[in-house]
Structures are given as C-alpha cells and as structure tokens.
Design a protein. Structure first.
Length: 459
C-alpha cells in the first residue's frame, strides 16, 4: 500500500509534465521546441554525428597523414572522416550548423541526404544552403513554421523591399522590387491571394512610393486602400485611360535620364541601360508600383470595339513590363488564371514577369501557367496545397529556384487603417491627379450614452 502511494505521488507530477509537454507541442510549438525539442535534437546531433554522416555516405577516406598519426598513437581502427562540423547555433525555430566539405564532396551530396538527416536527428525539416565554396550551412527546422505563421521580429524593410511571408525554412520571404521588378501572382478563390496583396500594399504604404491600382472588380479589392493610392481604375474603361498616362510618364522619365546623362535624344528607349537610380536624389522621380488585380478582366471582350481596346491595353502592359524597370515603374499582376487562352499578348506579358507566386489553384494547367516555364518541379508542389491552409503558396523566379511560403493573417480593416495613417505619403504626380480615388470622410465616433438602469426594488 505504501509503494502504491509513493508511485502515485511520483506519477502525478510526471503525468502533469507529460500532458503539459503534449499541449505545448500541439498549441505552442515554439515554446515546446525551446524547452524540449532543442536540447534533445542537439544531444542527438552531437552524439550521432559521425555515424549518421557515415550512414548517409557523406564520409571520405582519411588522408595518409591522419592514418599514420592514428596508427602511431593508438591501435584503434582508422574510420572514414565526416565533414568538419562548426559551432551549433540554436534559433527560435531550429538549429544552424556549418559543415566544411571534404575534398571531392559537393553541396548536392549533402542536399540529397537531407531527408535522412531529418529522421536521424528528429527535426521537422533540414535545408542546405551554400555559404561559400567548400562550406554549406544546415538549417534544421524543429517544427512546421507554416502551420501558424509568425514573422521574425528583427526585420529591416528597405525602399521597395517588403517582407510579406515566411518561407518553410523559417526565413522571411521578401518582395524586392529592385531585384525582381515584375511579378505574377495566381490563386483560386479563397486561396489567400488577397491576403498576399494586402501585405504588399500595407508594406509599401509606409514607404515614399506611388501606388497605382487597376481593379476591374469595381474596386472591391483595392478601394479600401484608396487613401494611399495615387490612382485607381475600377473598370476596363478607366484602365484604358490610365495605362496610356503611365506610358507617357515612363517616356518622360526616359527623357529625363537622357538629358541628365548626356544620351542622344534620338536614342531608342530599348537601348538605354541606365535607370532612375543613377540620377541625383533630388532629381530622381518617385518609384511607381502598379497593382493589377484580376488581370483576366482586361483580356475579356464582348464586341469588336472591346477587342481593339483590349489589344491596346495589353500592348501598354507589355511595354510597361519591358521598359518600366529603368523608369522606376514596377508591376504586380494578380489573377486566378493566366495563359495563352486569354488572348493575344498574354504569353508575351507573362514572359516579362520575372517573379511567380502560385497559391492553391483549381487544376494543374493553372499551376503550369505560373511555374511550368521556370520551375517544372514546383508544379506538383503547387497542386498539393490543401484548401485548409489559405495563404500557402509556392514562390519561384526565372533562376529556377522555388520554395513554399505562407503569409500571416492581416485583416482588411487593419490594412486599410495602415493606408489611412500613411495618407500623407501619397506622392504628387500631376499626370495621375484625374485618377486619384475619392476618399470618403470617416464619420466621427459615436458617443454612447450611459445605460440607465432601474433601481432595485427593496422591501
């Protein structure tokens, strides 16, 4: 009886600790990783590093000097040598450790064993990046960081550089317009495409840039951001009037570059390799970011007259995509589908959009439209996105690299409030004044009168 009481006294706290650990792992994986996962995985890595490297085929024969030294000092067996390991650096989401590759090894050898390393050390995923020739970094992620997205706190947004999502390796995904001027973002209804657009607008709203919107869904997506927009077109007719103005603005900026840098006035725009960033800061035109939501609406036609207007708008979008970067004009094109079936010029426009982000789509053909021409292996990853994870997407570029990303939740009201607070940053572009959206005046907050309650009746 005494032994049973002692067992209950000891087992009670153990059960509580076990239950607490299980709850933390399910509801607060970051806390569980810091308290339990980090020390356990570190111990596994330190205790089994040599044997795991040998099992993965990442060891090489020792040098002759090492063989002679071992035989002269000890009688133990000379074993293959694993890559030299650096200091283990813990993070809030995993571990980082650098490896110096042995002669004859390459980063692809380590990347091919990433799945084996994940199981051997009990982590969620292992990613391999090249630091410099002969040195790679293993990024061990302790839990699924895309299940509940938490952006890193120490982020430094720069001009035209906005953190909008989190990669699956726990690093932020930055939308850098200086590096990737134009981008195509696809996604079906309720896939999280609008959330991605909100983060872009909210991030750029705090920067000294001009924001221009084309939203042919009567402005339901971009109208809430009207206080921060320099121009907004809510149907195809207004878009047909706005795009030529942007073309004229681009041509004026090229004339400015020519006059400032001594380029002959008759030089074609296509042959000008410089851009506005080479101009003095006081002469530099303000950058312009053009958001085109539901781009398919610009391609759809019903009459012959609409077809002529469509061809003009598509040609103007292609010109902006080809020549706008040097003039500081950047495109963010969004839609549900985008391909050759939209009509003349669609494929040519898509080829100019360097960045690609594909959310959940309704069929494989849509994923191929976004990623098939730059990263064919990413198409299957885009098709595997579940409806239960809105905001999850596959991001790629023309370099062939791709990764899974997910945007954190941002309500429409919060994004609109950011735009209202940043309304003083709206750039003054005279050519865009006719297209400046009307900003409704916010009604004053109603003052609620106190509730008058009857006094209780007492006997």
């Amino acid at each position: 009886m005494t032994d049973l009481a002692t067992l209950l006294e000891v087992g009670g706290p153990v059960a509580v600790l076990g239950g607490g650990a299980a709850y933390a792992r399910a509801r607060h994986p970051g806390v569980y990783w810091s308290a339990v996962g980090l020390p356990v995985s570190t111990a596994r890595l330190l205790g089994s590093y040599g044997s795991v490297m040998e099992a993965c085929g990442l060891t090489v024969a020792p040098s002759r000097l090492r063989v002679l030294a071992v035989k002269a000092t000890t009688r133990r067996e000379v074993r293959p040598v694993p890559p030299r390991r650096g200091i283990i650096r813990p993070t809030t989401t995993g571990l980082r450790v650098r490896l110096r590759l042995a002669p004859g090894q390459e980063p692809a050898d380590v990347a091919a064993s990433a799945e084996r390393l994940r199981h051997a050390w009990g982590v969620h995923a292992v990613y391999v990046t090249t630091v410099k020739p002969g040195v790679v970094e293993l990024r061990l992620v302790g839990f699924d960081v895309l299940r509940r997205v938490r952006m890193p706190r120490k982020l430094r947004p720069d001009l035209l550089r906005v953190p909008v999502a989190l990669r699956e390796d726990a690093t932020p995904f930055l939308r850098d317009y200086r590096a990737v001027p134009h981008q195509l973002t696809l996604g079906a209804t309720l896939s999280g495409k609008s959330m991605y657009l909100r983060h872009l607008v909210a991030g750029l709203a705090r920067q000294p840039v001009a924001l221009v919107g084309v939203d042919c869904k009567r402005g339901v997506e971009l109208a809430p951001f009207a206080p921060r927009l320099s121009a907004l077109a809510t149907d195809a007719e207004q878009a047909a009037e706005l795009l030529p103005v942007l073309i004229k603005e681009m041509e004026d900026r090229y004339d400015l570059i020519k006059s400032r840098q001594g380029i002959a006035p008759n030089t074609p725009d296509e042959e000008i390799t410089s851009d506005i960033w080479g101009l003095p800061e006081h002469e530099r035109p303000v950058p312009v970011v053009l958001f085109v939501d539901e781009v398919a609406e610009l391609f759809l036609v019903a009459t012959k007259k609409d077809e002529e207007r469509r061809d003009e708008m598509v040609t103007q979008l292609i010109r902006l995509a080809q020549l706008g970067r040097a003039a500081g004009i950047y495109l963010e094109v969004c839609g549900q589908r985008f391909g050759a079936e939209l009509g003349k010029g669609a494929t040519m426009l898509r080829a100019q959009l360097t960045g690609r982000v594909c959310h959940r789509v309704n069929d494989e053909a849509s994923a191929k439209m976004a990623l098939g021409d730059i990263a064919p292996e990413a198409v299957s990853a885009a098709c595997a996105i579940a409806p239960e994870r809105p905001g999850l997407a596959v991001a790629g570029d023309t370099s062939g690299g791709w990764s899974r990303i997910r945007t954190p939740y941002l309500s429409l009201g919060d994004a609109a409030e950011i735009c209202r607070e940043s309304a003083h940053l709206v750039r003054d572009l005279p050519a865009l004044k006719p297209f400046r959206p009307d900003v409704p005046v916010r009604p004053p907050a109603e003052t609620l009168s106190p509730v008058v309650r009857p006094r209780p009746v007492t006997d």
